[in-house]
Write a protein that binds this ligand. Structure first.
Ligand code: ZN
Ligand code: FE
Ligand code: FE
Ligand code: ZN
Length: 267
């Protein structure tokens, strides 16, 4: 059976997603999920960007929206309250403040920025032409390790997002990934299989099979996420995600509640 929980989806508050939370939940029921978690983009600590994240003022709106849909689907679908927060070095205290503002079920920590460069933002794509791809990959993995060490997060989001537009390191990154797995293990964070990569130029899930195998071997717990920005994508390609998880040796995935692993589910 495909995983029954999708822990990565957005709301229109972030400025680049469509559909009410209710529509995401309805789609989840339609495709046979038993649990979802909203993980909309937390307010950007470096300054507002209405096309990328909700604003600080919108946080209470987010809580209310999700609480309403939780009540509406009670008994039919478990709905967790999560958040996808950016890791931005130097802003850990600001990030912590956001995270502590509500009793979240889990926080996904994501690296979308190297310095001020939003490397996965289609509007910032030209940045790639000036950069050394191998250096970008190494900086990215370093930021992933730092984000785990910060202890701000429970799940590391799309852990090879740098490949989104198809830019590939020409040097072997296995050492970087192994170091990253060690940092994840030490911090006690989980990783996700994120199916959104299949809908992006790279055309594959995050992370790649070889990397996921390293995380599995290191004993890193697993979650699943569609990273839906549209209700139609909820639970998308979870058959492929299940096959990927099994192919690298995962036997189980985890369910979070109040920022703790609450259940371990057999695959
Ligand atoms: Zn987004
Ligand atoms: Fe993200
Ligand atoms: Fe996301
Ligand atoms: Zn994301």
């Amino acid at each position: 059976m495909t995983p029954f929980a999708d822990y990565h989806m957005h709301t229109p508050l972030c400025g680049h997603a469509v559909g009410k939370p209710e529509a995401y939940a309805a789609q989840a029921v339609r495709v046979g999920l038993q649990e979802i978690g909203f993980s909309d983009h937390a307010p950007l600590v470096t300054g507002p960007d209405p096309k990328i994240t909700m604003s600080f003022k919108e946080l209470p709106v987010y809580y209310q929206m999700i609480e309403e849909v939780q009540a509406k689907f009670l008994g039919n679908l478990a709905i967790k309250m999560g958040l996808e927060a950016d890791f931005i070095p130097g802003f850990e205290a600001d990030t912590e403040e956001i995270i502590n503002d509500y009793p979240y079920d889990y926080i996904i920590g994501s690296v979308h920025y190297i310095g001020e460069w939003g490397f996965d933002n289609p509007d910032d794509r030209s940045g790639w032409t000036e950069k050394d791809v191998n250096a970008v990959y190494r900086e990215y993995y370093d930021l992933l390790r730092q984000s785990a060490k910060s202890k701000l997060f429970d799940i590391m989001g799309h852990v090879d997002l740098v490949k989104k537009f198809g830019h590939r390191a020409t040097e072997n990154m296995t050492g970087e990934i192994k170091e990253t797995a060690k940092a994840f293990k030490a911090a006690g964070v989980a990783v996700e299989i994120n199916t959104a990569g299949l809908r992006k130029p790279v055309g594959e899930m995050y992370p790649a099979p070889d990397a996921l195998k390293i995380y599995c071997k290191a004993g890193i717990p697993l979650t699943f996420g569609s990273d839906a920005h549209d209700p139609k994508d909820v639970g998308k390609d979870f058959d492929k995600a299940l096959a990927l998880a099994k192919s690298v040796g995962y036997k189980e995935y985890v369910i979070f509640k109040k920022r703790q692993i609450d259940q371990v589910i057999k695959l």
